[in-house]
Design a protein. Sequence first.
Length: 186
Amino acid sequence: MKLLVDFFPIILFFIAFKLWGIYPATAVAIAATVVQIAYLRFKTGKVEPMQWASLGIIVVFGGATLLLQNESFIKWKPSVLYWLMGAALVFGQLVLRKNFIQSLMGAQLKLPDHAWRTLNWSWSAFFAVMGVLNLWIAYRFDTDTWVNFKMFGGLGLMLLFVLGQAMYMSRFLQDNTPSTQEPPQS
């Protein structure tokens, strides 16, 4: 269910774009993000800082798209969000001396400090590359291709990256299952 809530705005944006075009889709994305944040606030009582940032970015860039009737603004939105997330990870690591990836996942996983640092830097780099890739697609291809990339390409690359991260982390995970063998009798 959480995955559906997380992807609710992008799914509705995609559907609205295919039915009505970029401007109605942008309005739908803004409304869907507001509904998403309201739902999370009502259901869980809290909204993560990056979700608030996403709301702010969609309202600003989506609003500029609608107000100025210029689709370039909405095309910048994913890149700005990616770069903001990457910058937050870098800021946390270098300035606050806090690994936000470890803060998010540390309760579920026990990894050595160097593995957490590697994960943090790799996510930072991934977000930087995704931001550049989004703009490259946005300005080298038509809007339909960009929307398809946003829906399928971006999510597909994210899935591949997460799988790669899981393979990396698996090298450090300990087998915590109790042994079923009897200890030798002495």
